[in-house]
Write a protein that binds this ligand. Structure first.
Ligand SMILES: C[S@@+](CC[C@H](N)C(=O)[O-])C[C@H]1O[C@@H](n2cnc3c(N)ncnc32)[C@H](O)[C@@H]1O
Length: 321
């Protein structure tokens, strides 16, 4: 098995991809109303200058709407988009408010014809003693501290259809039962990832953790699929796609980030198998996978794990574990 990966400089609103050529999108856009991203939303500058928060919020989202429309175009019917987004809090003109990015994106997605599926709440605890905002212990002027973001899950139309050959690949791409139980829960407690950035035009990477992208790719695509990240940033999604045996396509507006990109591929296949073997060691199981031994369900009997065997530039080779 071989996969290919590309990261190009461009805009998520104009993707050089054919209609229906992508099976999964995993992405995190610049967050509207978070000050570090103001400059990538030029249409909001007048509203920001007059401290009109709701108008700036809407202008920024109209720029993102064009990207969601592009995703709808390039996804194949039944393809999925996982969008990591946090809501924003901001004071403008002396007025503190929450700007509900996730709700605005869901409304836009529904208008475009996406089917909205249950989302994941990503909780990343913040241990800073200064995290509380507002009037301290005095009611009623304090604000709840946000320590969560969302992973919205959208599908283009109805369920994906599989040919007989694709159905075989789908069975090879199965998850272990115990992985399914954790990953398909609606609350993920994952620590954020390091935010220092040594290349590109900004100080903070705004990267999501490898684990987040990798799980989503394993959950919502299969070996050989094309995974797109139209706001690829440091390329976390591309690296996770490569580790998971999927092809990766990335686009980002920051030319310097794109220029310095290299695949970094942590090992996942053997640790996955080791965790599975530890899980089944003291359980009664009824089913058997010819390569890996005991499994809990019949759906895991054809499951295969592929590890990275070689990387040549942006091409990856695999060996069956
Ligand atoms: C939240 S960051 C994504 C970080 C990424 N998930 C990672 O793990 O590194 C958003 C990215 O969107 C890029 N960006 C902003 N506006 C864009 C646009 N119109 N088209 C493509 N990329 C854009 C920014 O340069 C930034 O890298």
């Amino acid at each position: 098995m071989k996969t290919r990966h590309s990261l190009t400089h461009g805009r998520a609103q104009e993707l050089a991809l054919d209609d229906g050529s992508v099976q999964l999108v995993v992405t995190s856009p610049p967050y509207p109303m978070i000050a570090m991203w103001d400059e990538v939303f030029p249409s909001s500058s007048d509203a920001l200058a007059r401290s009109d928060g709701p108008a700036a919020f809407e202008a920024m989202h109209q720029e993102l709407d064009a990207c969601w429309a592009e995703l709808f175009r390039v996804l194949q019917p039944g393809g999925l988009a996982c969008i990591n987004i946090g809501d924003a809090t901001r004071s403008l003109g002396g007025q503190f408010a929450l700007y509900p990015n996730h709700a605005r994106i869901l409304s836009a997605a529904m208008r475009l014809g996406f089917t909205v599926l249950p989302d994941i709440l990503w909780r990343k605890p913040n241990n800073s003693p200064t995290k509380f905002m507002g009037s301290g212990m005095l009611p009623a002027g304090a604000y709840v501290t946000y320590e969560h973001e969302y992973v919205l899950v959208l599908r283009k139309g109805g369920k994906r259809a599989f040919t007989a050959k694709q159905a075989e690949t789908r069975r090879k791409s199965a998850l272990f039962w115990e992985e399914r139980n954790v990953w398909f829960s609606d609350l993920w407690e994952l620590k954020g990832t390091g935010q220092k950035l040594s290349r590109g035009g900004r100080d903070r990477s705004a990267a999501f953790p490898f684990e987040l992208a990798w799980r989503l790719i394993c959950m919502y695509s299969m070996y050989g699929d094309v995974v797109l990240d139209p706001f690829a940033g440091t390329g976390t999604t591309l690296c996770a796609a490569a580790v998971a045996g999927r092809n990766g396509v990335g686009v980002d507006l920051d030319a310097a980030l794109v220029a310095g990109f290299e695949l970094e591929l942590p090992e996942r296949a053997r640790p996955r198998l080791a965790a599975h073997r530890a899980f089944v060691a003291d359980r009664e199981t009824k089913h058997d996978n010819p390569r890996y031994g005991a499994v809990v369900t019949a759906q895991e009997r054809k499951l295969e794990l592929w590890e990275v065997a070689g990387v040549s530039g942006l091409e990856v080779d695999y060996a069956l574990v």
